[in-house]
Design a protein around this ligand. Structure first.
Ligand code: 5AD
Ligand code: SF4
Ligand code: FES
Length: 361
């Protein structure tokens, strides 16, 4: 038991801002310290974002991607992958089904696929928001500021774009032709446009150090994200990183727990990637800071082709099955599934509309 470690936890209890060296100390916890870290993260989660678990239904609508990220199975260089694209009408039908299952947020996710024009996606968002009582998160990668603006005007509530790693050199080596600065610029635009902003990073990337992970957390805090997805890197045999070691569940949980201390108001998902390397991974995550689960609502026939990484869970299951499954294990943890849109509890999003009488004239 190190004095330094417990002094750091004390700073959290006192509401002091943690600095780089504090975060490094927390990430390097031994087993006993880790139990205390997890239990503090769990009580901070309870205090700030409550006991309910928010569900976000993910629609993986296209696995085409113009990028060539070294870690990802959807990279354009992966010629083994059979590609698919769903028509807007089919996406709408899936959205209806997911809303019928009680999802209050739908995430429209794809590779970077310019087959979908700015206008097409705007119309899709508009139609879903007109017809269904759901929040919409877009997760379609880097686009122009004008695109983000139009989609926001069409009704998109949130945008999810992980920064992946806060090390600029590692970023460019893993995502050829793109930069961390460009990514962060995009995240700042999304913020200006009034989106609830989601980012996040992978844990266990080759070349990543504990210091890099600290930088990831500091960047998330600087961006003041409403959501942060933190998941393990899982090597994919159809990519150049096939033989890399990959991230462990243990380290991912630690980074997640520290993230809860650094971002007390944020929505933190128990990621599917974590559930894919550890059968109990998502449950463990909900016990050390996480408060969100993102079940897949893509029809089972497409799921196999959206394998960003191998052994992804729920590949054979249909949306209604996953919905019931998650509800079951959330309740088994003594927690409850939230209803409603599950907006960020941070001030600007808590009650985004003024009452009619507040408008002069
Ligand atoms: N292992 C884990 N997560 C991955 N992602 C991409 N490739 C992998 C991988 N091999 C994550 C990235 C990205 C999202 C689409 O999936 O964080 O944001
Ligand atoms: Fe495309 Fe995203 Fe995969 Fe990179 S991580 S190849 S941008 S889907
Ligand atoms: Fe998909 Fe359990 S969440 S089968």
């Amino acid at each position: 038991m190190r004095k330094e470690f417990y002094n750091t936890l004390r700073l959290v209890a006192w509401g002091r801002e943690l600095k780089r060296e504090h975060l490094l100390t927390l990430l390097q916890a031994d087993d006993e310290e880790e139990r205390d870290l997890f239990s503090l993260a769990d009580s901070i989660r309870d205090r700030y974002v409550g006991d309910k678990v928010h569900l976000r239904g993910i629609i993986e609508f296209s696995n085409h991607c113009r990028q060539d990220c070294l870690y990802c199975g959807l990279r354009r260089g992966n010629t083994w992958l059979a590609r698919y694209r769903l028509e807007p009408g089919e996406i709408l039908a899936i959205a209806r089904r997911a809303a019928g299952l009680g999802y209050g947020t739908l995430v429209l996710q794809s590779g970077e696929d310019n087959w979908y024009s700015t206008q097409t996606l705007a119309e899709l968002v508009y139609r879903i928001k007109q017809e269904l009582d759901v929040a919409i998160t877009l997760s379609v990668g880097e686009r122009e500021r004008a695109d983000y603006k139009l989609w926001r005007e069409a009704g998109a509530d949130r945008y999810l774009m992980k920064h992946e790693t806060a090390d600029p050199y590692l970023f460019t080596s893993l995502r050829p032709g793109t930069t961390l600065a460009g990514r962060v610029q995009g995240l700042r635009w999304l913020r200006e446009l009034g989106y609830q902003v989601g980012s996040g990073n992978m844990v266990g990337l080759p070349g990543q150090t504990p210091e890099t992970l600290v930088d990831d957390l500091l960047l998330l805090r600087e961006l003041d994200v409403e959501m942060a997805g933190i998941g393990p890197f899982i090597p994919n045999g159809q990519t150049p990183l096939a033989d890399a070691p990959g991230g462990t569940a243990a380290l991912t949980l630690r980074v997640l727990a520290v993230a809860r201390l650094v971002l007390p108001w944020a929505h933190l998902p128990a990621t599917t990637a974590l559930g894919s390397i550890d059968a109990e991974g998502r449950q463990k995550a909900l016990n050390c800071g996480a408060n969100v689960v993102m079940p897949n609502v893509t029809p089972a026939r497409y799921r196999e082709r959206y394998q960003i990484y191998p052994n992804k869970i729920c590949l054979q299951e249909e949306p209604d099955h996953c919905r019931g499954c998650v509800e079951g294990w959330v309740q088994a943890l003594g927690r409850e599934v939230a209803t409603g849109h599950g907006h960020s509890p941070k001030a600007p999003f808590r009650n985004p509309r003024l009452p009619e009488k507040a408008i002069p004239g």
